[in-house]
Write a protein that binds this ligand. Sequence first.
Ligand code: SAH
Length: 392
Amino acid sequence: MAYKKLILKSGRERSLINRHPWVFSGAVKDLPQAENGEIIEVHSNHKELLGYGFFSPNSQITCRVFEFTQEEITIDAAFWIGKLQNAFNLRMRLFNAAETNCYRLLHAEGDFFPGIIIDVYGAVAVVQVLVRGVEQIAEIVYQGLNQLGFSFIYLKTKQNTQLLEQVEQGSRWVGAAHPMPITVLEHGISFQVNVETGQKTGFFIDQRENRKLLAEWSNGKKVLNTFSYSGGFSIYALKAGASLVHSVDSSRDAIALCEANIALESMQDKHQSFTEDCFDFLKRIDDDFYDVVVLDPPAFAKNARSVPNAARGYQNLNALGFRKIKKGGILFTYSCSQHIDKDLFRKVVFSAAAEARRNVRVLKQLSQPEDHPINIFHPEGEYLKGLMLLVD
Ligand code: SAH
């Protein structure tokens, strides 16, 4: 089948040859006469075929390339299901279902399938469709998920963020509904997840390995978990023998989930939760109190313009965090803002350490786990950064 062609401006094919999957509007010479969401061919100014992608005429990213090839290819149901199968095969190498049965099955560009993410919670697959192009092939994706053994599919739409893409709004079950909450396993620890009402797809599965690392440093320690959501870090710390864990989140629902999860593991006696703004909490509590502090705020930078403000927010937060740690304690600090890269994050934390007048050493640099693979040609996919710091 022939697809309509997008022609790049002269000299603008370099990033595509380097397999960066986004065609920005400024690089386009001739737009195809195609509808939003159509599959199109991307050609250089010399009319060489570079690849195939989803057309998004209303977005700054005019086309998201899902296949780099100079040959004509057949894009049918088997093509898409093959991409899902490849993604699934990697996860089968990563996880033993008796230990961990919640993971990211498909990580958009990281699995060469832009515009969609799929998170798995036991038998349930939660699908987030981010572009119209994926919406057009959604039925094939659902069929592929059924073939992989996921009998419950929940379509979760993001509110308001993708209006330019005109993706249909309204979350729903595709077929039969699974009762909520679902109890899942992560490294053998049980968590309750509600995919209908929870944040993101229900759980912050991207912090799995960082939670395990926290556990290694928690035995006998006083631990503060800020922005705790459903208590992921808190439970790992308690199970590892922490003497006291404080969980702080401004959302009443998040704290309720956190308490339910802690009850599930019968770990209530050493835990206390606070429904409160984390900045207010950090300001009012004593300095030099905790052995270990976790700072895992939501993305402060939602776009490139908000980076300077976000950087100030991270600096204030980290300076407060440093002050609350005893000499010799550990700070785990994270940013999930895609627009704040590793280097900037480290500079911001450096400024916070100077502001708090503490000696700080980096023990480990942290990132997202293997089920959130980073396409090497698409560094934007490396959204989660963290530092494990020794604070003297
Ligand atoms: N660490 C968590 C995920 C954190 S998500 C985990 O591993 O699961 C960010 C959380 O911060 C959300 O639960 C949100 O309710 C909360 N939050 C956002 N702004 C806040 C603020 N100013 N003070 C306290 N909590 C906040």
